[in-house]
Design a protein around this ligand. Structure first.
Ligand code: ZN
Ligand code: ZN
Length: 325
C-alpha cells in the first residue's frame, strides 16, 4: 500500500506492506481521505516526528474487514480520531485527558496518510462514528479538529452571552468562532489576512483586521502564537478574563506574570479532545451549527507535499488529501 512518510525535509510517497487485521480485533479500513492538521505541520517542520513517520489523523474511511463487538460492519463509512483516554488515571480524573499516558500511546496504524489503516477495537468502541448522511466526506473530516475546538470552549467555561475573541482565523479559528457562537457566546474574530476576515464575516460572525479599540473579551482564544497575537490578547482581555492557549509560540514568549497577577487573568491550555467532545463535534457538524463548507482545498495523494507547502505559506486555509475512492 502507498503511505506518505517523513524523509528529512520532505514528505514522500512510499510503497509498504499492507496493514493486516489478522486475528486481531478491530478493523482494517480503506482511507478515503485525511485532513492535514496544524499539528502535522509542527511535527514535520520542527522535526518532532522521526523519519519514516506517517502523519495524519483526521480520516474518513470505509471498513474493509472487521472483527468487532461493535455494530460497525464491512462497507460502513466512518470518522474516527486517533487517541483514546483510559478514563481512570490521575490525569483523566482531573479532566486532562490529553495528558493521559494511554491517550498518548494509542494511535491509528500506521497513520492517516496511508491507503489503509488498522483501527483497534478500542477506537471502534470509543471514538469511531458512522459518517452522517447529510455530511460530505470532506465535511465529515472536520470531526476531530472541531472536537479540539469543542474541548477548548468547554475548558474556558464562559457564561452565556459572554464576549469571546478569536485571534487567528485559519481553519481552526473559523471552527472555534462558530463553536463559541453555538455555545451561546458573542464572538468576534481577528486576523491580519483580509480574506480570512471576510470568510468569517460570510458566516455571520464579526471579524476585523484591527479590533475596535474599546473591545474587551471575557475569553480570548489564541489559535495563533505569534508575539503580536499575544500582545493583542493582553490588550483586549477584560480584567478577570481568560486566555485560552491553543497554539505553540515560536519564540516561547509567554504571558507576563504581572499582567496575570494585577488583572486576575486565567491563562489555560487545551490540546486534544475527549470522546465526549468528539461526539459533540459530530452533532455540531450534523446540525449545521458549524459550517465547514469552502474551508478545504483538495489535493491528490501524489500532491501531498504541495499540500504541506501551501498550508505553511498560508496559501490555503486547510488541505484535505484525497486518498481512495
Ligand atoms: Zn487534528
Ligand atoms: Zn488516563
Amino acid at each position: 500500500m502507498q503511505t506518505a512518510i517523513i524523509e528529512d525535509n520532505k514528505i514522500v510517497l512510499k510503497q509498504s506492506p499492507k496493514v493486516e487485521l489478522g486475528e486481531n480485533k478491530g478493523a482494517l479500513v480503506k482511507v478515503l481521505g485525511c485532513g492535514l492538521c496544524g499539528s502535522d505541520i509542527v511535527k514535520f517542520v520542527h522535526k518532532i516526528s522521526k523519519n519514516g513517520t506517517v502523519l495524519g489523523h483526521e480520516i474518513v474511511a470505509q471498513i474493509e474487514q472487521i472483527n468487532s463487538d461493535t455494530p460497525f460492519k464491512t462497507g460502513d463509512v466512518i470518522v474516527t480520531s486517533h487517541h483514546i483516554p483510559c478514563g481512570e488515571c490521575d490525569y483523566c480524573k482531573h479532566g486532562n485527558v490529553s495528558m493521559c499516558e494511554h491517550f498518548k500511546a494509542t494511535n491509528i496504524i500506521p497513520g492517516g496518510f496511508s491507503e489503509y489503516v488498522y483501527l483497534s477495537e478500542e477506537h471502534l468502541k470509543n471514538v469511531a462514528h458512522l459518517k452522517p448522511d447529510n455530511l460530505s466526506e470532506i465535511e465529515a473530516s472536520f470531526y476531530e479538529p472541531l472536537g479540539c475546538c469543542v474541548r477548548a470552549v468547554k475548558r474556558a467555561n464562559l457564561l452565556k452571552d459572554d464576549k469571546a475573541l478569536v485571534i487567528g482565523l485559519g481553519s481552526i479559528g473559523i471552527l472555534m468562532a462558530q463553536t463559541l457562537k453555538a455555545f451561546g457566546m458573542e464572538v468576534i474574530g481577528c486576523d491580519l489576512i483580509t480574506e480570512r476576515v471576510e470568510f468569517l464575516k460570510s458566516l455571520g460572525i464579526s471579524a476585523y483586521t484591527k479590533i475596535p479599540e474599546q473591545f474587551k473579551a471575557d475569553g480570548v482564544f489564541m489559535t495563533s502564537g505569534a508575539d503580536k497575537a499575544i500582545e493583542t490578547a493582553l490588550k483586549h482581555v477584560k480584567n478577570g478574563g481568560k486566555i485560552l492557549v491553543f497554539s505553540s509560540t515560536p519564540n516561547n514568549y509567554g504571558y507576563a506574570n504581572n499582567e496575570i497577577y494585577y488583572k486576575e487573568l486565567t491563562v489555560l491550555g487545551s490540546y486534544s479532545p475527549s470522546p465526549v467532545d468528539l461526539k459533540d463535534s459530530l452533532e455540531l457538524l450534523k446540525s449545521g451549527k458549524v459550517s465547514v463548507k469552502g474551508i478545504s482545498t483538495v489535493y491528490s495523494f501524489e500532491e501531498i507535499e504541495k499540500a504541506f507547502k501551501d498550508t505553511m505559506s498560508n496559501e490555503i486555509l486547510k488541505a484535505y488529501i484525497k486518498i481512495n475512492n
